[in-house]
Design a protein around this ligand. Sequence first.
Ligand SMILES: [Zn+2]
Length: 316
Amino acid sequence: MRLTIGADIGGTKVATGIVDEHGRILAKIKRPTPAANSDAIADVVGDTIEELLERYPDTPVDGIGVGTAGFVDEERSTVVFAPNLAWRDEPLKRRLQQRVDLPVVIENDANAAAWGEARFGAGQGTNYVICITLGTGIGGGIVTDGSLYRGRFGLAAEVGHYRVVPDGRRCGCGNRGCWEQYASGRALIAEAQDLATTAPTRARRLLELAQGDPSRIQGAEITQAAKEGDAAALECFRAVGHWVGLGLADLAAILDPERFVIGGGVSDAGDILLDPVRESFIKNVTGRAVRRFSDIRTAVLGAAAGIVGAADLARR
Ligand SMILES: [Zn+2]
């Protein structure tokens, strides 16, 4: 058995696991991310790695892969910039190698999760997969011809900031009209809260689930109401699904994947989300009269994708 370790560093928690060559997590440790203290984050990651190594003293571990929020340089060693982690030019690979004598590879977290999903999850069986994670924003990863596409400077696949509306809604990145302002989990919540505020009678069920307070409507309430067949909640999914499908159509025009895999909390709604996504995709993609359509599926690995993907990248 050949093992590697994968770590997933997010804004709120660090999750590290020891993973076999089939993408199975044998043991996992979770710790809160000391996000405000840049030195302490690397220490926490190092601690979790050492603890896992101690648990498997007799099995060789071949390497360590780390997926982290933020921009990772083309050498896959330094986190150039991570807005939520107080990191600027953080030499993460060097720091971890000071603690453990193993090869280390650093990757952007969305790329690592996409790789995990492509190799061991809903992307299995094809070498052309684009993974999209709908959360607060939109994370993306592109696998083409069986390889993770990183771009020249390691910054490829920032699909959430693809501009779908010129001069549209303001985005945290400084631009306007980015895809994630229309097609993310946050966009779904904004849609439902807006509906509940402006048309409370139509949004009665949503408001009921949120104790009458529009600001308490979150993804779970919208998904529950939609699963019950509530028209207002379904309308919110249709609105967001339309934007998701539109963005996928543009990505298909450029990258022509065989499959899109949609993850993140919003994808728990399954076909309630995917039906309007597919409809919008087919309506908008170029060459629709003649082309073969990409298959659109939900992700299956959930939060484990980041660990599994980072661990597998450490094998390569
Ligand atoms: Zn943006």
